[in-house]
Design a protein. Sequence first.
Length: 299
Amino acid sequence: MEGGVFALGNFDGVHRGHQAVVRETIKKAREIKASAKVLTFEPHPRSFFQPNLPPFRLTPPEVKERLLKALGIDQIVTLTFDANLAGMSAQEFVENLLIQKLKVQHIVAGNDFAFGRNRSGNMAKMEAWLAPHGIGVTEVGEMGEDGEVFSSSRARELLLEGEVEAAAKILGRPWSIEGTVVKGKGIGGKTFGFPTANICLGDYLRPKFGVYAVRAGKPGEALTVRGIANIGARPTFGEHSENLEAFLFDFDQDIYGQKWEFALTHFVRPERKFDSPEALKTQIEKDVATVRKLSFGLR
């Protein structure tokens, strides 16, 4: 765990701004012949300080780790964000943790990275405290495109509005939800003729409830299976559990119990309550026809 060039941050979403920080980290590590590492925090500090917030994660820990390693990071160091870490002063964070414990050789972070008790530390202070030890700092400026800043908070806002294609521009890929496929109540297959794969949403952000075009596959692999998914609580049947329920086109494999990933490529329509199952079935048939006509890019 000791030594190396460290990227600092929460990295929720591993969006294009985060990817720029990772690229700089790897570049510097290669220059000084050191390991490229990420220092991150779990649970997310937002969960620690505001535990009653609705789920907001773009990438749960194991997804975040997989994405970071796919970018070329050698090691991920995850600190437990608890009362001790939250109460640590900014200077203690640098001197006790970064210098003494981790023995960092160089630090890379976004220009808005804040740390220490009450977020009192900033990149200028970081540089001032590290310089006497001969440890350099690379500050990565704000990044964006077409007037849109690459940030986790903005990606969340867009997903809450159902703007999955705009969110994908920030993330550099379609946003996805993954989990273990479980059996539903059989309504989709028996009643409508559309058997579904269901996963619980867990700690994932709840995007705008509704119907989406999806690409699916095993996590980390090419998402080549096309389909349609409803995200929500199925109000027509008086249910309140929130999940993702996907019908995969031209697919008949048994995937129950397997981990699968579902990338949201297009928003089709909001979730709504229908007067009868028959009315819902008619709408599902229309939705499937609509989604089959869409063009799906493949990852």
